[in-house]
Ligand binder design. Structure first.
Ligand code: SF4
Length: 472
């Protein structure tokens, strides 16, 4: 069984996982719907957000140069990394040069994308994840399963167990507040002891050279302020022309991501500590990462993905993600946006081709995307490419070939579909549901029942009757 299907199969059999996903994405959908409902100009803002991102992507060279100039003027050191390996090397080199033994990290999907946690560990540098959910994922020795809620696959009961095993002074009551306090006690001294703080970036502000981070826990500020060195890693698509543009994008990002009007902490980091400043890092490094982004820019088909602001709304509303969770996707980015991005980063191969099929094409992801990325169209593009490159399994090609032959022979197609509908009704019996289909259909019913088609004539029979009646 190919990797994705095997992982999805495992996830569908995990009862705890389904409970955990339902608790998180259900709340996210309700909160987002409520706050977007209170914003009459949401559609206008969405168009504006899309236009801002498209404008920056079309003028990427210009805004990169402007950002670099202003960031350097503020005292920051700029590094460019074409690949994930190079980005990791730059960060590890800075750590080694500074003699760093321990680094704190605030949540950054770009860091996960380039494999930074692994690179730091390989270099023998202690990595302390400071985002509460990332802390949970680190204790569990796992990877994030959602780009906004990295530990959404864990139930409160599982987290409680992890904290009791790892924290010196763990919670006594199993409440969210008590557990958060336990993590705070555990992390506090680590913030103060770290040699270097590593953050991501939600936006890069071209006209000031600032890096903008948003969090709800204040851990980005605790990560970047006490240590002597701050390193920010950012994808080059994070650029916006000015702080006003960032504010516009923030309204879309936060509402779509958490269903709140604003995050608790929004910080613009501009250069290192200046004379007279009471705190802040003495060195500020910004690593600008390409890792396939200019390739996306060059090819028209996937360029729209550069608009993505990593809000996670598409996955919260995806019926497939809601069944299997994030780990089944196998890459850094799960859900619909991950199914589009993973083949861009890892190539379209036998390992990644199934991701494009993890979609019902219901279009909900595009509807909720705050920058109107046509995710279903992009996924269909991957399906076409996979077919053209001969990556689909022989059974699928043969099955579709047979169906095409039948569909182009209506005299056979009509009785065959009518016969199939009757057979399904018989199999469904009084329950009206089929618990187990034979042969290849068995995969469909392994984790669910199949409802039988509605009683009465098939669509083709009803249409033929309608046409006949119209002719009378
Ligand atoms: S594709 Fe759209 S909805 Fe999904 S994470 Fe990106 S911006 Fe958000």
């Amino acid at each position: 069984m190919p990797d994705f299907l095997a992982r999805a199969d495992g996830a569908l059999g995990d009862r705890w996982l389904k409970t955990a996903i339902d608790r998180t994405t259900g709340t996210a959908r309700t909160k987002r719907a409520a706050i977007v409902g209170q914003w009459p100009d949401f559609a206008v803002a969405r168009e504006r957000g899309k236009a801002i991102k498209d404008h920056v992507v079309q003028n990427l060279g210009h805004y990169l140069a402007e950002f670099e100039r202003n960031a350097r003027a503020s005292g920051a050191v700029i590094h460019y990394a074409e690949t994930s390996d190079k980005a990791c090397r730059i960060v590890v080199d800075i750590c080694r040069k500074a003699g760093a033994k321990s680094v704190t990290r605030s949540k950054s999907m770009l860091g996960e994308e380039i494999g930074l946690p692994h690179a730091l560990e390989e270099a023998g540098i202690e990595r302390v994840e400071t985002d509460l959910a990332e802390h949970i994922v680190q204790l569990a020795g796992e990877r994030p399963s959602h780009i906004i809620w990295p530990a959404m696959h864990k139930t409160r009961e599982q987290i409680s167990e992890l904290f009791r095993a790892a924290h010196a002074d763990p919670h006594r009551e199993e409440t969210a507040e008590a557990m958060a306090a336990s993590a705070r006690r555990h992390l506090r001294q680590r913030f103060l002891d770290a040699d270097i703080g590593i953050s991501g970036a939600n936006f890069l502000i071209a006209d000031t050279g600032s890096v903008c981070t948003v969090t709800n826990e204040g851990n980005a500020e605790m990560t970047t302020t006490p240590p002597r060195i701050h390193i920010a890693t950012a994808g080059i698509e994070k650029l916006v022309p000015s702080a006003a543009h960032a504010a516009m994008m923030l309204r879309l990002l936060v509402r779509s991501a958490t269903g709140a009007a604003l995050t608790q902490y929004t910080t613009f980091h501009t250069g290192p500590k200046r004379a007279g400043d009471l705190d802040g890092p003495e060195e500020f490094h910004i690593v600008l990462v390409d890792n396939g982004r200019t390739r996306m820019l060059a090819g028209e088909e996937m360029r729209a993905m550069l608009r993505c602001i990593r809000c996670g709304a598409c996955m919260n509303h995806c019926p497939v993600f809601n069944q299997i969770g994030g780990h089944a996707y196998g890459g850094t980015y799960p859900g619909p946006m991950g199914a589009v991005l993973t083949p861009i980063f890892d190539g379209l191969t036998h390992k990644t081709r199934d991701l494009a099929h993890a979609c019902t094409l219901n279009g909900r992801c595009r509807e909720v995307c705050p920058v109107d990325i046509p995710l279903p169209t992009l996924l269909k593009g991957w399906r076409t490419a996979s077919w053209r490159e001969g990556l689909e399994p022989r059974t699928m090609r043969a099955g579709l070939g047979l169906w095409r032959w039948l569909a182009t022979h209506p005299r056979l197609y009509r009785p065959a579909t009518s016969l199939a509908a009757r057979a399904l009704h018989l199999m469904g019996g009084a329950r009206g549901r089929i618990a187990s289909l034979p042969l290849v259909g068995g995969a469909w019913t392994r984790h669910r029942d199949m409802p039988v088609p509605p009683a009465g004539p098939t669509f083709l029979q009803a249409e033929a009757a309608r046409q006949k009646a119209a002719q009378r």
